[in-house]
Write a protein that binds this ligand. Structure first.
Ligand code: EPU
Length: 347
């Protein structure tokens, strides 16, 4: 394990924002990870865990030790709890999409709707990644983690994770306390697909594949994502920049009376989720430019680094959008990616 000082993180976040780690190391095994955590404890350094950097806004330099997780390994577990399910475990440093493709190739189905989500396996449960009608919590069994304060291994069951929409215990009470080392999901050999999400249903309504296979669903999800979302390698971005707000049905009806076109997705608990992209689009922000950054032309929920903007400039644009949406619609948007570092942090 090699610890370096003053390392640029520009190439390690998909928004390509500038910022340095006071100390940095890349760990390829769980033993190296434990060693890095022990070093940080001994030196009294705060620890920031970096995965694929695809859901991160670097506000500036990061004090303490930044640990990049590069562990590998995907394995089918001996058996699931029930005869129907096949359990798979992946190391936290595995690329999420590679994991999805691996399970599909092995005829274990159930992750196809989550194809092409950027980032690493270890980050997936933290924000309970979701797309096209599925969240990782729908397939989740358990995860293994290390307690950063003690270095001890901890097992988290599904209920321990307290999953919500783009939320988990790791963003709430357990924030900054654990580092995920592996994730286990339950998949199925039955190729039952869910294409009810509107964009996916529309893709198959137009095609001749009326009873698509999981592989065809995965391919369709990849096509939709590639059409709608900018490639970070071309236009640096972090996917959806804001969470979709969730309203009570009364709040939603009041707003809908004013905006008859307002879309809304009823949730199982009676609340209604509405697309933040619609609000931002209606307010005229789509394609708008900030200082070195802007709102993507094709999708109003995605902020892009169009030049060489700083995290502060990007957060300024996000803040302007939040204020405007609140004034127009009375809805407070919440930023979805994690904000790391601060321009005011002395390094
Ligand atoms: N819309 C607009 N203008 C736009 C884009 C969208 O009005 O420029 C409206 C349309 O009514 C559209 C609706 O917003 O039907 C929903 O758009 P979309 O299907 O693209 O989904 P989203 O709500 O914007 C969410 C996730 C995405 C995920 C998609 C597909 C969040 C914060 N985002 O986006 O996740 O891929 O659904 O399931 O929940 C991510 O988290 O980074 C991410 C990309």
């Amino acid at each position: 394990m090699n610890i370096s000082a003053n390392v640029s993180l520009l190439a390690l976040n998909t928004l390509a924002l500038p910022g340095c780690a006071e100390f940095f190391c890349r760990v390829s095994t769980n033993e190296e990870l434990a060693e890095a955590l022990a070093y940080a404890r001994a030196e009294k350094l705060t620890v920031t865990i970096l995965g694929g950097g695809s859901n991160v806004v670097l506000a500036g330099d990061i004090a303490g030790l930044v640990v990049q997780i590069a562990t590998r390994g995907i394995e089918q577990c001996p058996q699931g709890d029930d005869a129907q399910s096949i359990h798979w475990t992946a190391a936290a440093g595995e690329n999420w999409h590679r994991f999805v493709q691996h399970t599909l190739a092995e005829k274990s189905y159930g992750l196809e709707n989550l194809s092409l989500i950027p980032g690493l396996v270890g980050a997936a449960p933290i924000q309970n990644i979701g797309a096209y009608g599925l969240e990782i919590s729908d397939r989740f069994v358990s995860l293994e983690a290390l307690n950063m304060a003690t270095g001890k291994a901890v097992h988290f069951s599904k209920s321990d994770c307290e999953f919500g929409y783009r939320d988990s215990v790791f963003k709430q009470g357990g924030a900054g306390q654990f580092v995920v080392t592996s994730v286990t999901v339950a998949l199925s050999e039955q190729a039952t697909v869910d294409i009810s999400y509107p964009a996916l249903a529309a893709a198959f309504a137009e095609s001749s594949q009326k009873a698509p296979t999981p592989q065809q669903v995965s391919a369709a999800v990849c096509r939709i994502r590639q059409q709608k979302l900018p490639d970070p390698a071309v236009q640096p971005n972090a996917g959806s920049f804001f969470k979709n707000p969730v309203l009570s049905s009364e709040q939603w009806q009041q707003l809908q009376a004013e905006y008859p076109q307002l879309p809304g997705y009823p949730q199982p608990d009676g609340t209604i989720k509405l697309p933040a992209a619609w609000l931002i689009d209606q307010a005229g922000w789509k394609g708008a430019a900030g200082q070195g950054c802007g709102v993507h032309r094709e999708h109003a929920l995605v902020l892009v680094n169009s030049g060489a903007c700083s995290g502060q400039q990007l957060l300024q644009l996000a803040g302007d959008i939040v204020v405007d949406i609140e004034q127009r619609f009375g809805i407070l948007l919440v930023i979805e990616p994690q904000v790391f570092g601060s321009l005011n942090t002395p390094v």
